[in-house]
Design a protein around this ligand. Structure first.
Ligand code: CTP
Length: 405
């Protein structure tokens, strides 16, 4: 399907070595279907996984993989390619190519073209999950992000090596959606978005607490996507072990009451509040200053209710556009619609928990409900879902508050 923001785009697709290189063939087809012109550069290791001929047939253009191609380089082919491109997408981007790009190396055709080009660069990492989480790769990715390079994915799931984890190449259509979003209009430009994310911890004594299984990933993905959509973003994060997305202002909190303080402080200067945190509904009535000792008998813990932060913001006037989450095990739509109305929300994102979705995983599926409307977002990587959710949030903002400033 033709995409308005990709039609006519000149996309240089860099394919690096890795088993996911085969998916790049389908990506070429899909990019062309979206209306883009595509030229492909293979790294030498990519050429061991896939053939230039495949990409030549699919792109309808000669494919290059060496700096030392005398015929092409007689006309300074690498500079011509660098000038031709108005987008460079490296997919799959191996750990090695990320390292070389991060360090500005120019030791093969692809890295040389990237250095010589002013086109925006996007990378779609794909590698074994240990390689992806290695401190060296993390540092390289941070360096690239800090330089404005867009990082698409990776997704999580079964890997070619037989292991499971984060490091799969995003699916071709998801990559195209990411690229289109990155090039397209910035639907939240000029808006201030407040996001809460993660669990809350309620102390029982100095060593024990009541928490929940929220990983914070959905909220962090929303904060990241809101920056990409042009918003100024503040993130109030419960206790999670996630890096701060580039461009996001972050405030760390622990308990529901600390989260309430931080959210209420930020609300007056926010146009949109996305409450993605899994706020604990109860806390111990009297946390003990000293570690509780076992007594040999059973013990009861008295709990008191925490403030409902979202409902409280819903009662303010004026108030930001309110987006809530509902995690449900049963009667998803019924419970979520009830919460939408009860808390006075402009939109609710409902997800079923369990079945490897929702908490503690990289993928999710969402049912969006708003007064008079609904939209289902099929199972996908949380970062892909975050963009789709924010598209809808931006539309709700325009419907209810008029044009964006
Ligand atoms: N929330 C909040 N403060 C709380 C509890 C929840 O701000 N103390 C927000 C969450 O961030 C989420 C939404 O409210 O956006 C839904 O939370 P949930 O606890 O599922 O709603 P409840 O009305 O408490 O419903 P339930 O009866 O399922 O507990």
């Amino acid at each position: 399907m033709t995409s308005p923001v990709l039609a006519g785009a000149r996309v240089l697709l860099g394919v690096s070595g890795g088993i996911a290189a085969y998916k790049a063939a389908d990506l070429v087809r899909r990019l062309r279907e979206a209306g883009a012109e595509v030229r492909v550069v293979l790294t030498e290791s990519a050429a061991r996984f896939v053939t230039a001929l495949t990409f030549q047939a699919l792109s309808g253009q000669p494919v290059r993989s060496s700096l030392w191609d005398e015929a092409a380089e007689a006309a300074m082919g690498h500079i011509e390619l660098a000038r031709w491109a108005d987008e460079i997408l490296v997919a799959p981007a191996s750990a090695d190519v990320l390292a070389r790009l991060a360090h500005g190396q120019a030791n093969d055709l692809l890295t040389t073209v990237v250095l010589a080009s002013t086109a925006p660069l996007s990378v779609a990492p794909a590698m074994n999950h240990q390689m992806w989480t290695h401190a060296a790769t993390r540092a390289n990715v941070e360096t690239l992000r800090a330089r404005g390079v867009r990082v698409f994915g990776p997704a999580s799931g079964a890997q070619a090596c037989g292991e499971t984890g984060e490091g799969r190449l995003l699916e071709p259509l998801d990559l195209i959606a990411e690229l289109a979003a990155a090039r397209g209009p910035r639907p939240l430009a000029g808006l201030r978005v407040l996001v809460s994310a993660g669990p809350t911890f309620e102390d029982i004594d100095p060593v024990r607490f009541i928490g929940n299984r929220s990983s914070g990933r959905m909220g962090f993905a929303i904060a990241e996507a809101a920056v990409a959509f042009g918003a100024e973003v503040e993130l109030v994060a419960g206790p999670v072990a996630l890096p701060t997305p580039t461009g996001v202002r972050r405030r760390d909190v622990r308990s529901a009451r600390e989260m309430r303080e931080a959210v209420l402080t930020a609300v007056p200067s926010s146009d949109i509040f996305v409450s993605a945190a899994a706020v604990g509904d109860y806390r111990p009535a009297e946390p003990s200053a000293l570690k509780l000792k076992k007594t040999g008998a059973s013990r009861a813990l008295e709990l008191v209710q925490n403030p409902d932060i979202l409902a409280e913001v819903g009662r303010l006037a004026p108030r930001p556009l309110l987006v809530g989450f509902a995690a449900e095990t049963d009667d998803l739509e019924l419970h979520a619609r009830d919460k939408l109305e009860r808390k006075g929300l402009d939109l609710i994102a409902a997800n079923r928990v369990g079945e490897n979705l929702g908490f503690e995983c990289a993928e999710n599926a969402l049912l969006l409900l708003w007064p008079g409307g609904r939209e289902e977002l099929a199972q996908a990587d949380k970062r892909v879902l975050a963009r789709a959710l924010l598209q809808r949030v931006a539309a709700r903002y325009r419907e209810t508050r008029g044009a964006t400033p």
